[in-house]
Design a protein around this ligand. Structure first.
Ligand code: TRP
Length: 454
């Protein structure tokens, strides 16, 4: 298990220090803005609990099987998101999916860092006691901030600087160390907030919306939205698990890892729902208000609360940490590729990739302010990046991943890797059927829908 370094000589490949380290880093990637603001508002739009049930179904049926396969590719290939395909199937063209993965991570980080930068700013505002004010002009504060030509850029650059510094530290001393501290903190903050929200007056109305299914709200577009959310929230099919899996130990139990990651991601999404819906109904807010929910609704809620300032600090620290650990993973996929492809040191690869993504990301930030008049396909630059990466490239990469596992590498090859060192592969026949037939068909349906074909 060695990797060529910047001098062209072989060195041992970086590895996670512990099994838990891998789990925390992978869940750190999965748990992010997707769980905190995207999940609640797609649930809101999808009619509540019935949507949640469908989402659960997709996560189990598609999420877990693809995750097992994706980590296996990294652990077998022991290389970045592209070269791992080449190691497994040297004379084929499957590695092309690696290029798509790297492009997806590049594009997602360009716009993700915008919102992560907002979260960073709001955390610092709350911490310095400037967020919660009695005049309640939260909408003006938010709009004023995101449309300003300088302020959001400064926070985006600070955020990217932090991400670069952590990724530069390497797998064990950077990514793993930080996730080991940040992820447990995140869970503690979540539990505090759930208790706070459930003790609000009329919490049961929100809970009913979130937990009691009304199947009449389900139609084909909600089903597709649930599927898209499952991919985005799990960071699925983007080379993340290939990259992080390539640093994992050869005796790790992949089905158990995949189950654990999916379970934790779900728990956080459900807890985010338990925090948000009671609050939304308590304050009479539209559950579909999207990103505003986090940056406008929550400050309003904290203003009326005892110890509101402290809760605001806790909440925005939570959003910031969740976004930070996901941003780290997005950058690492690109860095692992640049480092190995161009035989660069980790430091140089991180600085170059981080700088290029930051510059591209600035255009995404400015598309809320000075560049808001530039639209392509009826979308601002930010929306275009989101659309192309999450709705076009992501399902496409997911399809190729499933086809590679089912028909390229083939289930028997995956089985051999999973069962290495005596680990079990429960329900292998079911896995194989899902990967070969069910998952590709379902993804083709989302893909065509996202392009507006059906
Ligand atoms: N899953 C993260 C979230 O829920 C975001 C994320 C990290 C991601 N890496 C990704 C999304 C790769 C898509 C692809 O916020």
């Amino acid at each position: 298990m060695s990797t060529r370094n910047s001098n062209g000589s072989l060195e041992p490949r970086e590895q996670w220090g512990t099994k838990l380290g891998f789990m925390l880093a992978a869940t750190g990637s999965a748990i992010g803005l997707g769980n905190i603001w995207r999940f609640p508002f797609v649930v809101g739009e999808g009619g509540g609990a019935a949507f949640v049930l469908i989402y659960l179904g997709f996560v189990c049926l598609i999420g877990i099987p693809l995750l097992i396969g994706e980590i296996s590719i990294g652990r077998k290939g022991r290389a970045n998101a592209m070269d791992s395909y080449k190691t497994i199937k040297p004379k084929s063209k499957w590695y092309f999916n690696g290029y798509i993965s790297i492009l997806i991570n590049f594009m997602i980080l360009s716009f993700y860092s915008v919102v992560a930068g907002w979260a960073f700013y709001y955390f610092v505002l709350a911490l310095t006691g400037q967020l919660i004010t009695n005049d309640r002009s939260y909408e003006n504060v938010f709009e004023g901030f995101i449309t300003n030509p300088f302020m959001p850029i400064i926070w985006q650059i600070l955020l990217m600087g932090l991400v670069v510094a952590i990724v530069m530290g390497g797998v064990k001393k950077g990514i793993e160390k930080w996730n080991n501290i940040l992820m447990p903190t995140l869970f503690i903050l979540l539990i505090i907030l759930v208790f706070r929200s459930l003790s609000l007056e009329n919490a049961h109305i929100g809970l009913q919306f979130f937990l009691k299914p009304d199947f009449s709200a389900i139609n084909s577009s909600t089903i597709l939205a649930a599927l898209g959310q499952a991919f985005f929230s799990l960071s699925l099919a983007t080379g993340l698990y290939v990259t992080y899996g390539s640093y994992s130990r050869s005796n790790s139990n992949l089905p158990a890892n995949a189950g654990g990651i999916v379970f934790l991601d779900l728990v956080v999404a459900i807890m985010a729902g338990l925090i948000i819906f009671p609050a939304v109904f308590h304050y009479g807010i539209d559950p579909q208000s999207g990103p505003d929910l986090v940056f406008i609704t929550f400050p309003t809620m904290f203003t009326d609360m005892a110890f509101g300032t402290i809760f605001a600090v806790v909440f925005f620290f939570f959003v910031f940490v969740a976004a930070l650990t996901s941003a780290i993973s997005l950058l690492e996929v690109v860095v692992a590729f640049v480092k190995e492809k161009f035989l660069m040191s980790r430091k140089a690869a991180t600085i170059i990739a981080g700088a290029v993504i930051t510059v591209v990301g600035l255009f995404c930030t400015l598309s809320f302010g000075p560049l808001s008049h530039i639209t392509i396909l009826d979308r601002t630059i930010f929306e275009l990046f989101d659309f192309i990466s999450a709705e076009v490239l992501l399902p496409f990469a997911g399809l190729i991943l499933a086809l590679f596992l089912g028909w390229g590498w083939k289930p028997a090859g995956v089985k051999e890797e999973v069962e290495k060192e005596g680990n079990p592969f429960p329900l292998f026949k079911t896995w194989s059927f899902l990967i070969k037939y069910v998952i590709p068909i379902i993804i083709i349906v989302i893909f065509l829908d996202s392009l507006g074909v059906i």
